[in-house]
Design a protein around this ligand. Structure first.
Ligand code: ADP
Ligand code: MG
Ligand code: MG
Length: 899
């Protein structure tokens, strides 16, 4: 009876959209098979099998049966038998999760070789050296990745053999040498793992498969997922594929390529090739590779086939693809493809280039870039005219300008980072073991490897600055020094690296605005001028301009900024803000003016209070005149003062100590301080963030809100008198009950009417409130009777919905929560759509039911977070408000949400 496969799928059975089931690598292999490209036969073990294994601690019984079925099919396609004595079929076993994860198990190649089949392979390939080299590679990879043996032991044994044979490089080793290495490797396996290297091919295969499953949960895989916000429960697929050999002499080889340059976006021949080599020799940067164009001379036919495949893939995926391939005795094999990682600049350039080549629509182009990428382009870079000469130059592999202390390893990186330092990880080359160090660093610098090396690929993925292949560097991780010519740098010394140009500097280097930032704040002409005729920069500016303007055209969400001062407002407006969504007036009272608020709070009688408030009116009026002038013609939401008292009053303990010390010394205590102490004691709150703040303070000390409302009204009159178009909106914070708003509103209307009466100028100032308490969201229908607009304060709403104090959570338990998967990301960073978002949706609906067309926005930090912006778009909000720096990001993401 036929078994319905549930865990194992032949490459011919899948397609590129099945990444959940087959992982990224498996899905794309299947797609290439469907396209008719030459892929070695094989099959994918699904993520379902991995999940079942991880859940039960053992493979589901049906798996081995399905593997047999699939394996036989592979054997039939090739006409050879797995691990057979003669003409053996060998396999590669490769991990492949939905998202590419450098933290996972590496590949095991040549599975199926043993003491007998190695002879068969030697005969089949007419190359004994090759066969024994392949066998020793299998034991090495198997030992390291499946049996968890320290790789250094194998490397040392190989070095010992080279010394014994008196040769310098691996290819010079003979078949006899490799036989000795195999014997030494087997001994290492026996000593370290306590077992004989398994001779049964199927046992090798089963162990390798389970090792891939287990690698899902290694420390470094978990770390990578946390960093990249990849859920912990996806599991990985396993790809089992017939081996093809790039190490069968000079007509064979292996390489990687991109269909376009991943850093500039230009199409062309871009990649590395290594002849007579297998597998990871290219990626590891162990030997120096040739530029791909050289393959044309070595093997014109394979080169032409590869170019055709590249073109076919780019047409099919309509995007930049990266490709791993092998040539076996003049025949091209495609081993992997995927949508290529790229720098932020390349993402923009590639997107518009593909539009111009009529391969994608503008809507699609918008989908190919992200707000995160745009924000990377806004970072400053090193000043070209700083006069600081670079010490050395490597390849710019991932852009950014990083300055930091040199560290050489994971421990150094994490320790210095914890101590508050910025660090740059310096390595000869990186491997997945270096991930913790990379995560802790602001930049990574390697002496070896190309743009496709581990360091480069991982850094690009993480959006961190990287310079790789700086060959002049001699890195000594034991002595903790890096030497360039006569210069010796030690751990802790400051260096600066430029991930765009590849330059390395000693000491601090001044940084300047990026041309994209110039474009955002000063417009395209200024930016083109700042590009100084550099065609790539000009290209980039044009691409950003086209995509951002397109996003502005399609987005429904408007973008406002959170700005407290005229200066911030001007900056926000330059960057395209369509108003101010939140002016935090309490910020206008920090610093010197703090004492004003203090006096108001401390006033004991009506007279005292009036005396304290009076001087504030002109000060605030001037604040609002400046702010409204900066935002002339655009809506400006001014939030009435929302000071958590503890931010405005002196600290109770400090003050008590001061007074006590004075008394102990027998000194007369300062009467002002005594009065302060009494007040602070009186008003002390155990939970100030849940205490007397927002509208509660406004109701308790009425004069405070009143003076602000009067100042807003008077500022508006003054500007109207100048022929300007001020558009203030008054926003009441921390409302939980409609009655609170009603009282403030009544008073505000009286004050505004009063200003109109004295000045003869009619005013129309909308009054609305924040929705930042669960009760406000739950009763939004009632509140809308009094509110002319809503603004969701998602910071407080998150805090009060979860009951997390946002000032304490990060240190207290978030790390544990992220580790155990209670949270995949802080809800203060990305809106918790399921919980807090539900309140937002309810609030919008109920508000609109009461007051159709009520204007609704959001003004928490989430207003600048890409994922949250997509949520707000879907929830039907009218605008998001974010920090001025994030405005361009929000514009782009709001556009992306709309297409
Ligand atoms: P990674 O995810 O780290 O890129 P891969 O699974 O792609 O790991 O394997 C790494 C390398 O191993 C490939 O680039 C390729 O060169 C080599 N390799 C994998 N499978 C085969 C195969 N069937 N035949 C020959 N080489 C292979
Ligand atoms: Mg690969
Ligand atoms: Mg708030």
């Amino acid at each position: 009876e036929a078994i319905m496969a549930t865990f194992v799928f032949d490459f011919s059975e899948g397609n590129k959209d099945q990444k959940d089931l087959l992982g990224g690598k498996g899905a794309n292999l299947a797609e290439m098979v469907n396209m008719g490209l030459p892929v070695p036969p094989g099959f994918t073990i699904s993520t379902e099998a991995c999940k079942a294994y991880l859940k039960d601690g053992k493979s589901p019984d049906a798996l081995r049966v399905e593997v047999t079925q699939a394996l036989r099919k592979t054997e039939d396609q090739i006409g050879r038998h797995f691990g057979a004595d003669k003409e053996p079929l060998l396999l590669s076993v490769r991990s492949g999760a939905k998202f590419s994860m450098p933290g996972m198990m590496e590949t095991v190649l040549n599975v199926g070789l043993n003491d007998t089949s190695v002879q068969g392979l030697a005969e089949f390939a007419s190359d004994e050296r090759f066969a024994w080299d392949s066998y020793r590679r299998l034991i090495q990879m198997f030992g390291k990745t499946v049996l968890d043996i320290d790789g250094e032991l194998f490397a040392a044994a190989l070095d010992a053999q080279k010394a014994k044979a008196g040769v310098a490089s691996d290819p010079e080793l003979t078949a006899a040498d490799h036989k000795e290495v195999v014997a030494a490797y087997k001994q290492i396996v026996l000593d370290e793992a306590g077992l004989e290297f398994p001779q049964d091919p199927r046992t090798q295969l089963n162990m390798a498969i389970e090792a891939v499953f287990n690698s899902w949960n290694t420390e470094r895989a978990r770390l990578y997922r946390r960093r990249e916000r990849i859920p912990n429960d996806l599991g990985t697929a396993v790809n089992v594929m017939a081996m093809v050999f790039g190490n069968l002499g000079e007509t064979s080889g292996t390489g990687v390529c991109f269909t376009r340059d991943p850093s500039t976006g230009h199409s062309g021949v871009y990649g590395d090739y290594l002849s007579n080599a297998q597998g990871e020799d290219v990626v590891a940067g162990i030997r120096n590779t040739l530029p791909l164009a050289e393959l044309e001379k070595l093997d014109p036919k394979s080169y032409a086939d590869l170019r055709a495949a590249m073109r076919q893939l780019e047409t099919h995926y309509r995007d930049l693809c990266d490709i791993e391939f092998t040539v076996e005795r003049g025949k091209l094999w495609m081993l992997q493809t995927r949508i290529g990682k790229r720098t932020a600049a390349a993402a923009f350039r590639v997107a518009t280039q593909l539009v111009d080549e009529h391969l994608i629509t503008m809507d699609e182009a918008l989908g190919r870039v992200s707000g995160d990428q745009l924000s990377q382009l806004l970072f400053p870079h090193f000043a070209a005219d700083s006069g600081v000469m670079p010490l050395a130059k490597g390849l710019g592999a991932s852009p950014g300008a990083s300055v930091g202390e040199i560290v050489f390893d994971n421990d150094g990186a994490t320790a210095r980072k914890e101590a508050g330092a910025k660090v740059i990880l310096v390595r000869r080359e990186t491997s997945p073991d270096d991930l913790p160090g990379m995560v802790a660093s602001v930049g990574v610098l390697t002496a070896r490897g190309g743009k496709t090396s581990h360091a480069a690929v991982v850094a690009r993925g993480m959006g961190m600055c990287a310079v790789v292949g700086a060959e002049a560097l001699k890195v000594d991780p034991n002595a903790k020094t890096v030497t360039v010519g006569g210069t010796v740098l030690h751990e802790g010394e400051i260096i600066a690296i430029d991930g765009a140009t590849g330059e390395i500097f000693v000491g601090e280097v001044p940084v300047v605005d990026s041309p994209v930032m110039v474009y955002i704040s000063e417009g395209i002409d200024a930016a083109q001028q700042a590009a100084h005729g550099d065609p790539e920069t000009q290209d980039l500016i044009n691409s950003v301009d086209r995509l951002l303007r397109y996003a502005d055209g399609v987005r429904r969400l408007r973008v406002r900024a959170n700005a407290d001062t005229a200066e911030d407002a001007i900056r926000a407006r330059e960057r395209g803000a369509q108003g101010i969504g939140l002016c935090r007036t309490e910020h206008q009272f920090l610093g010197e003016r703090r004492t004003y608020v203090e006096a108001v709070i401390l006033a004991e009688t009506e007279d005292e209070r009036t005396a304290a408030l009076d001087p504030l009116v002109p000060v605030q009026r001037q604040d609002f005149v400046e702010l409204l002038t900066a935002m002339d013609g655009l809506p400006t939401t001014i939030r009435l003062i929302d000071p958590p008292l503890h931010e405005f009053l002196p600290d109770l303990t400090e003050l008590s100590v001061k007074v006590a010390v004075a008394e102990a010394k027998g000194e007369e205590a300062d009467p002002h301080e005594l009065k302060l102490l009494a007040a602070v004691q009186r008003m002390h709150e155990a939970n100030p963030m849940l205490g007397l703040r927002g509208v509660r303070l406004g109701l308790k000390i009425p004069g405070l809100f009143d003076l602000q409302i009067r100042a807003i009204a008077e500022a508006t009159v003054e500007l109207l008198g100048q022929g300007k178009r001020p558009k203030p909106e008054i926003m009441v914070p921390l409302v939980g009950s409609v009655r609170e708003l009603q009282i403030i509103r009544d008073r505000a209307e009286k004050i505004i009417a009063d200003v109109t009466a004295t000045t003869g100028t009619a005013l129309r100032i909308p009054i609305g409130c924040m929705i930042e308490l669960p009760r406000a969201a739950l009763t939004a229908g009632r509140i809308a009777e009094e509110a002319e607009f809503f603004s969701f304060g998602t910071n407080d709403l998150t805090q009060t919905t979860w009951g997390f104090s946002r000032d304490d959570v990060e240190s207290a338990f978030f790390a544990d929560y992220l580790e155990s998967g209670v949270l995949t990301i802080s809800p203060f960073e990305t809106l918790d759509g399921f919980g807090v978002g539900k309140l937002v949706k309810m609030g919008v609906e109920a508000g609109r039911a009461t007051r159709p067309g009520i204007h609704v926005g959001v003004c928490g930090e989430h207003g600048g977070d890409p994922e949250s912006i997509h949520f707000f778009h879907a929830a039907g909000l009218d605008y998001v408000s974010c920090s001025p720096f994030r405005v361009p990001v929000a514009r782009l993401e709001a556009g992306r949400a709309a297409v």
